[in-house]
Design a protein around this ligand. Sequence first.
Ligand code: SER
Length: 316
Amino acid sequence: MSNYLIVGAAGQLGIELMLALQKKHGPERVVLADIRPVDHPDAALSTFVQCDATDKEAMADLVNQARPAEMYMLVAMLSAKGEASHLQAWGLNMDPLLHSLELAREGHVTKVFWPSSIAVFGPDAPKNCTPQNTGLHPTTVYGVSKVSGELWCQYYHQKFGVDVRSLRYPGLIGFRSQPGGGTTDYAVEAFHAALEGRPLNCYLESTESLPMMTMEDAVRATLELMEADGDALSVRTSYNLQGCSFSPAELVAELRTQGVLLDVLYAPDTRQDIAASWPNSLEDDAAHADWGWQAAHDTPGLVRAMLAGLSQPAVG
Ligand code: SER
């Protein structure tokens, strides 16, 4: 059991973790799984297994084949898409997690990573510097599934000693792939629109501030958490994680400061309601104290990193 298995490897975060784990451990020790192929040239360097993660037997076969020390279970339906098919979102967000926790309980996997989200918070949580521990009353099925998943993680850790670790990611901003079905997706689209010289159709209000983070910071946080001494981890639900925070108007202003003009056509829709129910920023003292978390990118740094990444001749 010395391999690194990414389930949901074709997604926005999966591709980034694939590259980071390939670099760190060698592509031959990374196993990729998804129901669709991984659209990146470096995926060919690692073994790919087609797998429906909602199917327990398929997951059992996968871990038998992959023999993972660590499993990154990334399969999810994000907030906006989840509202269009709430029961499908519930199944997709819970079943793969529970299969992973069971397989770890049975001793087939040593360590599990599972992503949670700022979506665990609801409209009653403090908006600024939202604490690690506050009421979790989300109003989306995505948030409900993430709160439930966090509690399952803690339960399996406390009851069975399963080493499962988790982060509450903010909106993840990367240049290698597009997100899908989230409320924070506009921010990635803003960069593509700006560089292609077309206006952004924005479904949020111009002043709606949300927590965001570069993929570089998110991947580093994930690897740091997975490397941390388990005894030092005081949070076995999921850690708050702050990168930077901005509204659409602030993003446009920072782009302008860096010499890139973007026109925005504002037409707020139901995603504005979701965004309004989430924090503007998070307090992440526990992550800092337990495993030394420190974000590298503020908003200007995030914009610089995205513009530099998107102007590379070939992504990868
Ligand atoms: N990026 C996610 C979403 O917008 C939040 O975790 O749904």
